[in-house]
Ligand binder design. Structure first.
Ligand SMILES: [Zn+2]
Length: 128
């Protein structure tokens, strides 16, 4: 089996992994949270390391949406999600769209370092 085919198969497997990993918003949120907070949740307003999940709680007019947390620091009580203070927060795109985009970008970068000769294909004919 050629290296190219092996690489292609590896990519297909990774893509399937990606589809499973990004299958729904709750899963994407958990994944994103583990990326943003590898050592546990941190309040983006004050940096306090303790917060509570308030998703689904009655907040008067509406219910708290999934992934909403509240800082446990007495003077802060800031409510935040994993995307607070990130460019993702202002968009209405589903998290899975962002994660897929990021994954594709990372894969593209990995490829260009693994196969640097790909970048030279255009020059090869001219120098021959
Ligand atoms: Zn706080």
């Amino acid at each position: 089996m050629s290296e190219t085919m092996l690489a292609a198969l590896t990519n297909i497997r990774t893509a399937e992994d990606m589809i499973v990993a990004f299958r729904d918003e709750a899963q994407c949120r958990r994944l994103l949270e583990s990326m943003v907070w590898p050592a546990g949740r941190v309040c983006p307003a004050c940096g306090y390391k303790r917060s509570i999940a308030i998703a689904g709680r009655d907040m008067g007019k509406r219910r708290a949406h999934p992934g909403l947390y509240q800082c446990s620091s007495g003077g802060c009580r800031f409510q935040f999600t994993v995307t607070t203070h990130t460019p993702l927060h202002s968009t209405k795109l589903p998290l899975r769209v962002w994660l897929k985009g990021m994954w594709l970008m990372l894969r593209g970068r990995k490829r260009s370092t693994e196969y640097p000769e790909d970048a030279c294909h255009g020059d090869r004919a001219a120098t021959r």
